[in-house]
Design a protein around this ligand. Sequence first.
Ligand SMILES: [Zn+2]
Length: 172
Amino acid sequence: MDDDQIARLLTSGLSAREVARQTGANRRRVARVRSERGIPTYTPPEPEHGTDARFQRGCRCTLCRAAHSRKNWALRPPPAARPAAAEAFPEEKSRALADLHAQDQRRTREAATRYYHAWTEDELAIALDYAHSATHAAALLGRTRSAVLHARIRYGGTGEASGPTPHRRNQP
Ligand SMILES: [Zn+2]
């Protein structure tokens, strides 16, 4: 193991720790080679937009906020015990849910004022905030429930945060 080899690995973008691990050289020697040859210090790559990691680094773009919101949602405490009947008859439960969703869709459609408008950043921030149900976000935005669900699928990952996504989609 010579210094040239250490320098090559450092130049290729590895951290001092990783170079030390791969070569068996100690950290002090790796650091010496770096400073002797003027190789810039390792900077870890920024996490991608649309990740909670990037949100934690301070990015508040729509995608990062959505990722953060999804993560919080995933970590939320389990819901309080549901009615036993609903557990015992999952088919009825999902039919009841589908009915509710259809009702919500009708209601949001009647109230919708923003048909076929392109999404703005501000609107997306609300639509992709998983603290809101799709129906609530739709009401806030003057959009239909299904428009919000589509936005969530297109820009934010999963559709309905509070239950299984219905197989049949109501348009628009
Ligand atoms: Zn971002």
